[in-house]
Design a protein around this ligand. Structure first.
Ligand SMILES: Cc1cc2nc3c(=O)[nH]c(=O)nc-3n(C[C@H](O)[C@H](O)[C@H](O)COP(=O)(O)OP(=O)(O)OC[C@H]3O[C@@H](n4cnc5c(N)ncnc54)[C@H](O)[C@@H]3O)c2cc1C
Length: 408
């Protein structure tokens, strides 16, 4: 195996290319957008497991230096701001360089792309993948500009609505809408009128009708996000409503909650209020077919409530590259990759769905009272018994030789 074509230059694509390059396999990334930070959302968190995978590839220092700050715990409060619980994620007990960080998504993508390029990876922007053909000896990708590219394998790192997945397996299930819309924005330091959050802790508020989270960055900027229950809306309908109307709608959702929330929302540019649906893809029957395989959200999207999508995509990249390096055929490599990854990501997808389900509000005061009571107990139990170490402490030994997969 000498050459891999990777569709998608988001998070998993450039990392998979860097890992393959290190494994002695040439990898070229094809990204539809015209640059690494184009048309993407506000921010996300990278957990110790994802950071450790980046460290293996020599990409960690650049990522940490790029507009990131630690987020090692969550303080949960009710709509009135009264504390329900504090959940450290445990990463402050580990090596400082692997503490969970919040990072601007554009900065993360640019940094991953630049670091991969410094390591010899070629990334071609403005290349929208539209189809592929496969022969016994290789695969050819087709792009909207009429060009083609040939390689030994084709890897779909093309996200939640993956065109590679649709073509590889037309019967694959579509991502499931979780019933929540998400928006994320930030308020400039000079416009932030709320008291800063403490240390490296995000404050998350179970409001009357919706869920809100925010954290003050060391720069003084406040990063926030909101989740609220809503019927699924097609992209065009979301856009048609207009940014000002969305801002008004969201302000109304939090009108009965702590004034800090409305202060932050009011100080935010209306352009930040256009929501995205929260989707997951709990279990995809086929992760690969022939010379084509999927990674990251294309294979197993987890809800944003898990805070793990980006980290899992990076883990996939490392495992997939090691399998392609050590096994003689694409089919064997893809089977070994799936066997190493499926259980873990499906368990995290289920966990993300469970967390998201707690985020819906109620207009009934008795129901809200009971919810807050129940949450206090739940957070105490989680803090005591339900460690998330199995998620965050996962490490991949890239140097270890991958054994042949067990028969399917
Ligand atoms: C609102 C929100 C908040 C989130 N918060 C977190 C968080 O806190 N922590 C976390 O870990 N994860 C979070 N996630 C999930 C995380 O963003 C994804 O899991 C992660 O981006 C997946 O990486 P990926 O490389 O698989 O896909 P993506 O990052 O989506 O990259 C896919 C790339 O493929 C490109 N592409 C698509 N179609 C084509 C085509 N036809 N041709 C060429 N290129 C194409 C896209 O332009 C894109 O650049 C969040 C997601 C959302 C929506």
């Amino acid at each position: 195996m000498t050459k891999a074509l990777i569709i998608g230059g988001g998070i998993g694509g450039p990392v998979a290319a860097a890992a393959l390059q290190r494994a002695g396999i040439e990898a070229i990334v094809y990204e539809a957008h015209s640059g690494p930070g184009d048309g993407i959302g506000a921010f996300l968190t990278l957990a110790p497991n994802g950071l450790a995978a980046l460290q293996t590839l020599g990409m960690l220092d650049a990522v940490r230096a790029a507009a990131s700050f630690p987020t090692t715990g969550i303080e949960f409060v009710n709509g009135k701001g009264r504390r329900l619980g504090l959940l450290p994620d445990g990463s402050d007990q580990g090596p400082p360089e692997l503490r969970t960080v919040t990072i601007n998504r554009g900065a993360l993508q640019s940094t991953l792309a630049e670091t991969a390029q410094e390591q010899g990876v070629r990334i071609e922007y403005g290349k929208r993948f539209v189809g592929y053909t496969e022969t016994d000896t290789g695969v050819a990708a087709e792009f909207a500009d009429g060009t083609t590219a040939e390689g030994d394998v084709l890897l779909g790192a093309d996200g939640l609505h993956s065109p590679v997945r649709r073509l590889m397996d037309p019967d694959a299930p579509r991502p499931d809408y979780t019933g929540l819309l998400n928006i994320g924005g930030y308020v400039r330091a000079e416009d932030a009128t709320v008291a800063p959050t403490r240390g490296s802790t995000t404050r998350m508020l179970f409001g009357k009708r919706a869920f809100f989270g925010y954290q003050t960055a060391p720069s003084g900027e406040v990063y926030w996000f909101a989740n609220f229950a809503h019927a699924e809306l097609p992209r065009e309908q979301i856009t048609a409503l207009g940014d000002d109307a969305w801002k008004e709608y969201v302000l109304e959702l939090f009108a009965d909650d702590h004034p800090d929330v409305t202060a932050l929302l009011a100080a935010t540019d209306p352009a930040r209020f256009r929501p995205l649906g929260v989707y997951d893809l709990a279990s995809l029957p086929n992760w690969s077919r022939g010379r084509v395989a999927l990674l990251g959200d294309a294979a197993h999207a987890v809800s944003s409530s898990s805070g793990q999508g980006a980290s899992l995509s990076v883990e996939d990249a490392l495992v997939l590259a090691a399998c392609l390096r050590d096994l003689p055929t694409p089919e064997e490599a893809f089977t070994a990759y799936e066997q190493r990854r499926r259980d873990r990501v499906e368990r995290i997808a289920a966990e993300g769905r469970r967390r998201g389900n707690q985020k819906t509000g109620s207009t009934n005061p008795a129901a809200l009272f009971l919810r807050d009571l129940m949450l206090r107990v739940v957070f105490r139990l989680i803090a005591r018994f339900a460690s998330h170490a199995w998620i965050n402490d996962h490490r991949i030994d890239f140097e270890q030789r991958v054994a042949a997969p067990s028969p399917r």
